[in-house]
Ligand binder design. Structure first.
Ligand code: PGA
Length: 237
């Protein structure tokens, strides 16, 4: 049985403190700005994650932060390949792959985000785009290390737009991702890997989306910044 996971992505926001109500049956992760990992560890009863990392141990990479540094700050997870990193910062699948491997080497769990743009969906190439993101993103990640990886399907057209994929649309892609993982690894790995949906998840739609058989929780932006996050968590219980 896969344990449900509800993750909040604060992006470059620092919300006023609110009480997060956790539940033993699910994992709750907050991806917060680097500068607030340590503070949030004591303020919130959740697992902490960072929103980015740079591959490598240390070196002349001004402004960058390594997996080891993130781990030392107390985080256990890291987001990799978020669509804002891909589109605003031009991150390609090859760099994303280096980040996934570096996260694993640094004892972090990478949450690999994948998803198509509206144009790609309309052209009917959604799964081609996602297959490439996953195949390159997980290149050289072996059968053991894949256990540390979580995948989030986030259609770009649904992020921050208020336009959620329907639960059927989200399920269709998450199921196809699980089939792809089965081909790339094995049916056991595919049964165990957690696949989340992200893109305008909120307190009202979470329960229906999270009840789909291949959706193991969500990655939540806007609705993780206040008390609504507790409604999203409830949707996974
Ligand atoms: P959203 O963001 O929930 O505000 O659409 C999701 C994300 O960017 O991970």
């Amino acid at each position: 049985m896969r344990k449900k996971l509800v993750a909040g992505n604060w992006k470059m926001n620092l919300p006023a403190h609110f009480k997060v109500r956790v539940n033993d049956n699910i994992d709750v992760v907050l991806f917060v700005p680097f500068t607030h990992i340590t503070e949030c560890l004591s303020d919130y009863p959740v697992i902490l994650g960072a929103q980015n990392l740079y591959p490598g141990f240390n070196g002349a990479f001004t402004g960058e932060v390594s997996a080891g540094m993130i781990r030392n700050a107390g985080a256990e997870y890291v987001l990799v390949g978020h669509s804002e990193r891909r589109s605003i910062f031009g991150e390609a699948n090859e760099l994303i792959n280096k980040k996934v491997k570096s996260a694993i080497d640094g004892s972090l769990r990478p949450l690999l985000c994948v998803g198509e743009t509206l144009e790609e969906r309309e052209k009917g190439i959604t799964m081609n785009v996602i297959s490439e993101q996953i195949k390159i993103g997980l290149n050289e990640v072996d059968d053991i290390d894949i256990e540390k990886v979580i995948i989030a399907y986030e259609p770009v057209w649904a992020i921050g737009t208020g336009k959620t994929a329907t639960s059927a649309q989200a399920e269709e892609i998450c199921k196809a991702i699980r089939e792809l993982i089965s081909e790339m690894y094995s049916s056991e790995v595919a049964d165990d890997i957690r696949i989340l949906y992200g893109g305008s998840v909120n307190g009202k739609n979470a329960k229906e989306i999270f009840s789909m058989p291949n959706i193991d929780g969500g990655l939540v932006g806007g609705a993780s910044l206040n008390n609504e996050f507790n409604e999203v968590i409830k949707g996974a219980v």
